[in-house]
Design a protein around this ligand. Structure first.
Ligand code: GSH
Length: 113
């Protein structure tokens, strides 16, 4: 979305993160998307680092310049990032764990009284 907003041309490459594709893990030790490969050979991850890179690249048009507004934007950014990380943790637990190993506090048989 930020790239489109700033008219940055991207070549989007789809990868299956579960398969650990070398294009991804060779460029991002975390093996996560998004990962941005630049024309001058940089590999930039994660979303926030990419956003700040785009901001500097395109005349600082993404983030406010005034200190307090910038701080507020960065707090919202951190909140969104943290929320996505929490949601992904829930999705991955449900998708990849055997059912009996999924954390279910308060459910029958969990040992809680
Ligand atoms: N905070 C990171 C989160 C990145 C992230 O967790 N991406 C997920 C997909 S949305 C991923 O690549 N998961 C693969 C994995 O964790 O192995 C960001 O915003 O870039």
């Amino acid at each position: 979305m930020a790239a489109r907003y700033l008219d940055i041309e991207l070549n989007e490459i789809r990868v299956d993160t579960n398969a650990g594709p070398s294009l991804l893990v060779d460029n991002n030790p975390l093996g996560k998307i998004p990962t941005l490969l630049t024309d001058d050979g940089l590999s930039i991850f994660d979303s926030i680092a990419i956003m700040h890179y785009f901001h500097r690249m395109k005349g600082k048009r993404l983030y406010p310049s005034k200190d307090i507004k910038r701080t507020t934007a960065e707090i919202v950014e951190a909140l969104c990032d943290g929320t996505c990380d929490c949601l992904l943790a829930i999705v991955y637990e449900r998708r990849h764990r055997e059912e009996e190993k999924i954390h279910q506090p308060g459910s029958i048989g969990s040992g809680q009284r």
